[in-house]
Design a protein. Sequence first.
Length: 442
Amino acid sequence: MNRSVKKMALELKRILQKDVTNEEDSLKRPEGGSRKDSLKRPEGGSRKGSLTANEERVLLDVFLSFIILRVLQAKRNNLTENKEDSLTANMEGDLQLFGLQLFGKSGSDSNLLGDYLSGVQFLNRNFDCCYLVDDIKSRITCQTIEKIRDLFQSVKDEDWKKEEIISWSYEYFNEDNLKRPKGGSSKDSLTASKDLKGKNGVISQFYTPKWIVDYLVENTLGKYYTDDKDVDVEDVKIIDPACGCGNFVIGVYDKLREMYQNKGYDDALIPKLIITKNLYGIDIDENAVEITNLLLRLKALEDGAYEKFETNIVAVPGKDSLTANEEGQNEYLKKFEKIGSLMRREDVLSLKESGINDEPLKKALDILSLKYDIVLTNPPYLDSSDYDFELKRYINEDYSEFKKNLYACFIKKSYELVKMDGFVGMITPQTFMFIGSYENIR
Ligand SMILES: C[S@@+](CC[C@H](N)C(=O)[O-])C[C@H]1O[C@@H](n2cnc3c(N)ncnc32)[C@H](O)[C@@H]1O
């Protein structure tokens, strides 16, 4: 499926780039504003040349909304079949939208725009996406939707039913940004991606294929939690400290559901237990975290749980979004924003104890201060020659023996997160097994 998905995703991005961002005015995030604020169009303001980071953001939101709506449409039977009894009145009304034939229609149709916008509102209401309908409305035309509808036919319906198409599409969207500019060096492409993310080090964003996820889940969780194990399945904690779009989180969800079922749990209770008690994740990319949370909600819906649960999957908060910092906290926050889940335990605990009011930050720190039965991840691979000045400083200070590559730092960090008798499952390059400078890691 990957080849057709990649072609479709790149073409979708091209169509939207041409039709949606081809305007004279730019979308600027107000100083200190949130992701949502960035979608508000400032009065006036012109743009010449390439897309600004904020326009990229709008582009991504529209891009994802189309992909997600198409996946929901393909899955609508799984979502509604035999589930009537457990539907809340609200959700039942919303689910009517799945009957909408946005992508099934043919020829010109003046209702296409209305159908699409209702779909976007549905995503906002039910999946906590924050797509601003008014901004999208002024940029999308029926003709654009018709082009997209035709394009989507290049991917088979059975492939649209696989939710991982969302994370793959996101990867292809980003991979396109990583392409080296004409005549530019590899460093140029790295810089472009850093600008887009506004975070350092997020350039290794290649997600893990399902068969590798399943293999690692089987050989960690599958071996750790056997039927004779003297542990309650509800107490098993699993983290992906660089969770991206949640390929491991979703793979683990499936395995845990099987375990709960084997223990005789009521099917209706299982999604809540998995999402609130077993699964943890953190990443420095807030868009990827949003996708992971959406996929978890989709899983729960397919399993008949319509209530929204607060997950333990969070993005590392940026220091700028925080207010009223106590003396001394700022240095820690700067570091946290830069090195994300590589923040060492002593620093996590010091920051926690310094009194934090900000809820997302508190949650991220809580997650990093726990110990886990299983750590599963495909960490970022970033050579030290690509670290920027600050990242280099922090990594040299905290991971002096592992500093050659970020993946090596993640090996160290994973062992800090796991319990003594727990399991770590990772995908890494082989270099650490052979090269002299990695001797200490071995
Ligand atoms: C190779 S991707 C893997 C994603 C996911 N684990 C998977 O297997 O599909 C690496 C991820 O690491 C994240 N990342 C990079 N540096 C990080 C850091 N310091 N702390 C947390 N996440 C980080 C990136 O945003 C990216 O999502």
